[in-house]
Design a protein around this ligand. Structure first.
Ligand code: ADP
Length: 540
């Protein structure tokens, strides 16, 4: 027997039309090179419809890829909806990718047009001759003063908009591609993930859930996480869907500028990767952060010390989330549950240092690395984390590497090693390729880093495995000392003594000026391995 319910497609046009009608007065704030710009969902919707007309005028194919090379702004948000709601596919380009990777993904995705912020034109211009399918470059003025490159025809965004007619949005099939994103590709070329209207719709509902991020109309959400990195964790869509005000920092990405926006715009939810929050904390000192109620953070493990430092200074710990480009990205959030209310703060801090339980709608499991056998949720068994659900990708876009990333029964192999507690709390131990394999046993580089970063004089720390004649690999700690402090190898090792098993103690400590970061702000272990892979460990 089938049900009697209407089978209406889950498409982004519904979010768009709802914001256009019901939230027209709500505000969108965008940072620019010179200050902040203000608009409303009403004006945004009107421009978004005309932007649909621009895509028609530019003769972009019915499912043509519309690329963006842009900061987080209301203009970028127009493209977030104009492209998919007119049937096209938004492709957000990561402005920090290596040039050859950008060339690869633009050609692989077959982008037809790129909308670029003026202040970023200098990064993109040298690559334009390498793009095989791009027919138009549209420049969006963001207060930047990068001059036009010579010999390339550029179109002016505002001129195009002024000359275009608004269009009706209609998407029949919820399985139609809405947007695409490439992983940042620490090894090999980036891999593409294509989101559907349906997957984005359901992921947004997931993010809006009270036990996830719980975004509501009363919120003012500031996604510091870029709109080119895994859909800004769904927060741009969540803003439009819920009518929450959005504060989009544009190029104003320095810690003082972000701290100022949090205070002046009375931001309630501010989301970004751990390195952002490390920089912003001292800048929040003495500011009014009373509106702030949640700091979602993920992309790499959130050091317990960082979360606790926020709790001490702001009375608000960081909310850890886990996900991947492949999972839209939010798959789990480290909420605490009602029965934990009476627990000690130190125990709660440990709960917050996990990646939390899966969101409603997502299934997670752990499997033995070699046999693939499913492992119990006993808080001890370590295995590869695998994911399934309506907003988890089933393959990579046009990529022969797809099969190795999926199990026979279609689950995504995340490449993360995790433990799951009986209550379903996931603890990421490491990335498969970063775990230190010492004498057949595993040492979690993430756990070691967390412990080292708890030292008050340590600004950042990353741990890599380096070759060892007897143990195959041993941990090397790469430590950045806090400004004005001084630290020796024995201080670090002495601090770790008793905090980790003795056989986990790094064989050596090197002091560096900065931990190299990837294009999305994560510690780049690959760069550290290139630099220290041949490091001679002391023999005793
Ligand atoms: P990339 O592979 O390009 O870094 P993603 O941003 O999609 O792209 O990264 C996903 C990976 O980031 C996950 O597989 C995991 O290793 C890591 N990650 C994300 N969130 C967390 C978290 N809260 N704790 C630990 N690792 C995380």
């Amino acid at each position: 027997m089938l049900g009697t319910m209407q089978d209406r497609p889950l498409t982004l046009t519904h979010f768009f039309e709802r914001a256009e009608r019901s939230f027209a007065r709500k505000e969108l704030v965008s940072g620019s090179a010179t200050g902040v710009e203000r608009t409303t969902y009403g004006e945004w919707a009107e421009r978004t419809r005309r932007l649909g007309g621009v895509l028609d005028d530019l003769d972009i194919s019915a499912d043509g890829r519309v690329a963006t090379f842009a900061w987080n702004t209301a203009r970028h948000l127009e493209l977030y909806f104009a492209a998919p709601c007119s049937g096209r596919v938004l492709h957000t380009l990561n402005i920090r990718l290596f040039p050859e990777q950008l060339t690869y993904i633009v050609n692989h995705a077959q982008d037809e047009v790129i909308f670029v912020d003026r202040s970023l034109l200098g990064l993109l211009a040298p690559l334009l001759p390498t793009f095989e399918t791009v027919r138009h470059i549209v420049v969006m003025e963001d207060g930047g003063d990068v001059p036009d490159p010579t010999g390339i025809e550029l179109l002016d965004h505002e001129e195009l908009l002024a000359g275009a007619s608004p269009v009706e949005f209609h998407v029949e099939d919820e399985r139609r591609a809405a947007s695409m994103c490439y992983t940042s590709g620490t090894t090999g070329n980036p891999k593409g993930v294509v989101y559907t209207h349906r997957s984005t719709y359901l992921h947004t509902l997931g993010v809006l859930g009270a036990d996830a991020i719980g975004v509501g109309e009363r919120d003012t959400v500031m996604p510091v996480v870029p709109m080119f990195h895994a859909n800004a964790w769904g927060l741009a869509h969540a803003g439009v869907a819920s009518g929450a005000s959005l504060v989009l920092p544009g190029p104003r990405m320095t810690p003082p500028a972000l701290a100022e926006l949090i205070e002046s715009e009375r931001v309630t939810i501010a989301a970004g990767v751990p390195t952002i929050w490390m920089g912003v904390l001292p800048e929040l000192e003495g500011r009014d952060t009373s509106a702030l109620r949640m700091i979602p953070c993920g992309g790499s493990a959130v050091p317990k010390a960082l979360s606790e430092a926020y709790r001490e200074q702001l009375g608000l710990p960081i909310l850890q989330a886990w996900g991947m480009t492949e999972t839209s990205p939010v798959a789990s959030v480290a909420i605490t549950r009602s029965w934990m209310d009476d627990l000690d703060e130190s125990v709660l801090a440990d709960v917050r240092a996990t990646q939390g339980p899966a969101l409603l709608g997502v299934e997670l499991r752990i499997a033995h690395q070699e046999t693939g056998e499913e492992l119990p949720w006993d808080g001890a068994s370590r295995g590869e984390l695998q994911a399934a659900g309506p907003w988890i990708t089933a393959s990579y876009h046009d990529d022969p590497r797809s099969p190795e990333s999926f199990t026979e029964d279609g689950w995504l192999r995340t490449g993360d090693v995790a433990v799951i507690t009986p209550d379903g709390y996931v603890q990421i131990v490491d990335r498969t390729k970063d775990v230190v394999k010492s004498g057949g046993e595993w040492i979690s580089s993430v756990e070691l880093e967390n412990e080292i970063m708890a030292h008050p004089d340590v600004a950042e720390a990353a741990v890599i495995g380096v070759p060892h004649p007897k143990w195959s690999e041993r941990p090397l700690a790469c430590v950045v000392v806090r400004e004005g402090a001084s630290l020796a190898k024995d201080d670090v090792l002495g601090f770790l003594d008793g905090r980790v098993a003795s056989w986990w103690l790094p064989d050596d400590v090197v002091f560096i000026d900065e931990v190299p970061k990837t294009s999305v702000g994560k510690f780049s272990k690959k760069d550290l391995r290139d630099r220290f892979g041949g490091h001679q460990l002391p023999t005793v």
